[in-house]
Design a binder for this molecule. Sequence first.
Ligand code: ZN
Length: 138
Amino acid sequence: MKSYRKELWFTTEERTAFINITPQIQDALKESDIKEGFVLVNAMHITSSIFINDDEMGLHQDFDVWLEKMSPHEPVLQYKHNIGESNADAHIKRQIMGREVVVAITDGKLDFGPFEQILYGEFDGKRRKRVLIKIIGE
Ligand code: ZN
């Protein structure tokens, strides 16, 4: 069995963002030379997410609006966590959108269903944050 590890780094200009990272995962898969196995992709910070959905701008705006209704950023002092920081909403948004995804690798490719893409969700950006890619197989 082979294994491969890589980190991706992001610094978003906005506090919240959705980024399609499927091309970077496909690059990592090529570098790994693994043809059959699994890839795990996880956010390494507790205020960002990795999830699978469609890469469609209207849908991303809908996620944004829905998350903001569920857990509004302002007023920051509505959250007990926000003593000396202001990112409680980002912790909650990460919890809703998830930490990681696992995708099957078949014949050297990500074995996706229709329209599936791997997305990075940022909820407390404007600073350097990491995503882990771990691929195992042969
Ligand atoms: Zn915090």
